[in-house]
Design a protein. Structure first.
Ligand code: 5BU
Length: 283
């Protein structure tokens, strides 16, 4: 039986993870004692910056949807570039990484333009982004070529499954996504998955590289209680996601952003997710 990545500490994985972005993230998680990713799903850029300044100490990763932000409505006429530069400064100040939840889903040539250019220039400021595997390996090759030209660690997560009810991921789709991720051509770029439980990993699963593989699993659909949002989102608790199902990073949006006291609630998520991890690696 191969051993499971989920029994290893973040610290030990930070020494051996095959991607530079993964090593950096695992180091931050281990040093800050937080496996919490804040999904900052707000549309006002000034509110986002204010909230991130407060919540920065609680998180290892900030997840953005840059295309939901209303830059034209801002009172301080924040431009996209000045906004992303400010986010990067906050990431530096509070030691977290930035993940643009772009869910690329086109042919390699098109995603290169979407990742590098357009109005958002995602590759220039987002440490991590994600992609659907549905177009086939060309999407990864295209994104990797852009990432290689940046000069800073850049990581990619593939969507193996989604948190929403009735999504078509998981099962055979997930197996085929895992097989795609294992190609050694992008061993230093594909850092993990969006999934609902541990994927691959452990000794004996060494792909083509001859070393142990280690995919970081990030999981949305996390709440303090089990439930849903009426539009398909399904919530599970940190204990289920991290403790029982072996996921590495919990992604929380409205549970924190919509709370009366986001800092206090973020601390509850951080603590419960961290304790679930500690319990998992002890066993
Ligand atoms: P929530 O407010 O905690 O439900 O927000 C979850 C966030 O994660 C939101 O930004 C979604 O777009 C994102 N998400 C998700 O909910 N489920 C998925 O499978 C993926 C992303 Br991929």
């Amino acid at each position: 039986m191969p051993s499971s990545t989920s029994t290893l500490t973040y610290e030990s994985r930070s020494q051996t993870h095959p991607t530079a972005a993964g090593r950096k993230l695992l180091q931050i998680i281990s040093q800050k004692r937080t496996n919490l990713c804040l999904s900052i799903d707000h549309t006002d850029p000034d509110k986002i910056l204010t909230l991130v300044q407060k919540l920065g100490p609680k998180i290892c990763l900030l997840k953005t949807h840059i295309d939901i932000i209303s830059f034209s409505s801002t009172t301080t006429s924040t431009t996209i570039k000045s906004f992303t530069t400010k986010l990067q400064a906050l990431a530096q100040e509070h030691t977290f990484m930035i993940f643009e939840d772009r869910k690329f889903a086109d042919i390699g040539s098109t995603v290169q333009h979407q990742y590098r250019g357009g109005v958002y220039e995602i590759a220039s400021w987002a440490d991590i982004t994600n992609a659907h595997s549905i177009p086939g390996p060309g999407i990864i090759r295209g994104l990797k070529e852009v990432a290689d030209g940046i000069g800073e660690p850049r990581g990619l997560l593939l969507l193996a499954e989604m948190s929403s009810k009735g999504n078509l991921g998981g099962g055979e789709y997930q197996e085929r996504t895992l097989a795609m991720a294992r190609n050694k051509e992008w061993r230093g770029f594909v850092m993990g998955f969006i999934a609902m439980k541990e994927v691959g990993g452990g000794s004996g699963n060494d792909g083509e590289g001859g070393e142990e593989e280690d995919f970081i699993v990030m999981t949305p659909g996390v709440g303090l209680q089990v439930g849903g949002d009426g539009l398909g989102q399904q919530y599970r608790t940190p204990e289920e996601v991290v403790g029982r199902d072996g996921c590495d990073v919990v992604i929380v949006g409205r549970g924190i952003v919509g709370a009366d006291d986001p800092v206090a609630v973020a601390e509850v998520y951080r603590e419960r997710s961290w304790e679930a991890y500690e319990g998992r690696v002890k066993n």
